[in-house]
Design a protein around this ligand. Structure first.
Ligand SMILES: *Cc1c(COP(=O)(O)O)cnc(C)c1O
Length: 452
């Protein structure tokens, strides 16, 4: 099939996620054809530096044949079996133990799902069940954050705080509440980041007291907010959240779907920010995106109650613990560990990227350049140094993203923030290329704005 035929067929038969499908059909989709390391190639043979790792997920980079070989071996041996009715498979057993070893604290039990969204749906049910079997069914309410992202299923999107998502499909479902986010650049006003972090954390306490601590089951948040625009919380935020959750016996859920598996320079974002979670949804980097797999990691308190008092668990997916997905995840984790990829990010390439990325703040269009490990953002602003936004939010970000693409660079835009999340294997030389292309993109964006 030629390119035009592929595009026409796509427009006729494929409804794309998070896309304006009418506009997309008219413009034509980009078709990606190949990947190697930090690069992908498109239909016209253009080589693109993927500074977004697919969707925050291709941690080990593209083209690692070992993962395909692991899948192939497992498919030949036993392509599928479930983990219902007293059964399991060796890859699911081994991956559970590996995750228990890697996870912080006493989070040593996992429930497998196919995605991050399903992990959060699972958490809603497991947590309510956890309280109910202890005779506290009224401890039912969840608190999330405005602009949090926890996936696209009914519970995931309800726990999340994306207004545009809530508008479609009658969300959020009952029993879910939202507090404000610790987004200092956009909402901190005259406060210092530290004062602001505390103030936003204390909104959790106020909300718990408003609902009644005996009715609040859990608080859920991303260690740093990804999809919202890579909002890195002030240092005061998480210690206060830990304290509040402990004081009121509210379970703490750290959504590690982006941060997990090295993104922030530690294995988990909870370690980077000193979070003490009871449960952690995981997905994305767990398989570096080579195959779908997610899960919920939980600590001994939660797992203990579910095991000892939970009775028969009335929850599960046909593909929970799928042996092929688990075999691929094990191979991905082996590579991350044996090649010391997380350590390299923490000690070498991460600090180098941070040093180069923060220099971009000198550009007249950049109001802030923030970064944590291998995830960051640039805030594009009309009037430096004031922290104000463009009037028609999103236009400049979209323009900058398109110019980046014409320079062979994939960055994501959320409103007018340019988001960075490259494969963790990016080298110093590739970081230089990324920064050089970003500078050029910013210059060209500024020039395009001057021309109006
Ligand atoms: C991507 C994401 C999810 C949803 O994961 P899916 O695999 O897309 O369902 C949940 N939480 C966070 C923080 C995410 O970034």
């Amino acid at each position: 099939m030629n390119l035009e035929a592929l595009r026409a067929s796509d427009a006729a038969h494929h409804l794309h996620p998070f896309s304006d499908n009418k506009a997309l059909g008219e413009k034509g989709t980009r078709i990606l054809t190949r990947g190697e390391g930090v690069y992908v190639w498109d239909q016209d043979g253009n080589r693109l530096l993927d500074a977004f790792a697919g969707l925050w997920c291709v941690n080990i980079g593209y083209g690692r044949r070992e993962l395909g070989e692991a899948a192939r071996r497992q498919m030949d041996e036993l392509a599928y079996y479930n983990s219902f009715f007293g059964c399991t498979t060796e890859p699911a057993v081994k991956l559970s133990a590996k995750l228990a070893e890697l996870a912080p604290g006493d989070l040593d039990t996992v429930f497998f799902t196919n995605s991050g969204s399903e992990a959060n749906d699972t958490i809603l049910r497991l947590v309510r069940h956890f309280w109910a079997v202890q005779g506290r069914p009224e401890k039912f309410h969840f608190i999330g954050r405005h602009n949090g992202y926890h996936g696209s299923t009914v519970a995931g999107a309800s726990l999340g705080g994306m207004a545009g998502m809530h508008k479609q499909g009658g969300l959020p479902i009952p029993g879910i509440h939202h507090i404000n986010q610790p987004y200092w650049f956009g909402e901190g006003g005259e406060m210092s980041p530290e004062e602001f972090g505390l103030a936003r954390a204390r909104e959790l306490e106020a909300k718990i007291l408003e609902l009644g601590p005996e009715r609040v089951a859990a608080f859920i948040a991303e260690p740093l907010q990804g999809a919202a625009g890579v909002f890195i919380p002030p240092s005061t935020y998480w210690p206060e959240i830990n304290r509040i959750c402990r004081q009121y016996d509210v379970l703490l859920v750290a959504d590690e779907v982006i941060c997990g598996f090295g993104r922030t320079g530690q294995w988990f974002g909870s370690q980077t920010f000193g979070i003490e979670p009871d449960l952690m949804p995981i997905a994305k980097g767990l398989t570096s995106g080579y195959i779908p797999l997610g899960g919920v990691l939980m600590n001994q308190r939660v797992a203990g109650v579910l095991r000892e008092q939970g009775g028969e668990l009335a929850h599960g997916y046909t593909y929970s613990g799928h042996p092929v997905c688990c075999a691929v995840a094990l191979e991905n984790l082996r590579i991350l560990q044996e090649e010391r990829i997380v350590e390299r990010c923490r000690e070498d390439t991460g600090p180098y990227l941070a040093q180069r990325w923060t220099q971009l703040a000198e550009h007249p269009l950049v109001g802030e350049a923030r970064i944590c490990g291998m995830v960051g953002a640039l805030e594009l602003v009309p009037n430096k140094p004031s922290r104000t936004f463009f009037e028609d939010r999103g236009r400049v970000g979209g323009l900058c993203r398109d110019i980046a693409l014409s320079n062979g660079l994939i960055l994501r835009a959320t409103w007018d923030a340019m988001l960075l999340s490259p494969p963790l294997v990016i080298s110093r030389g590739e970081i230089d290329e990324l920064i050089e292309k970003t500078w050029r993109t910013l210059d060209q964006t500024a020039a395009a704005l001057r021309q109006g």
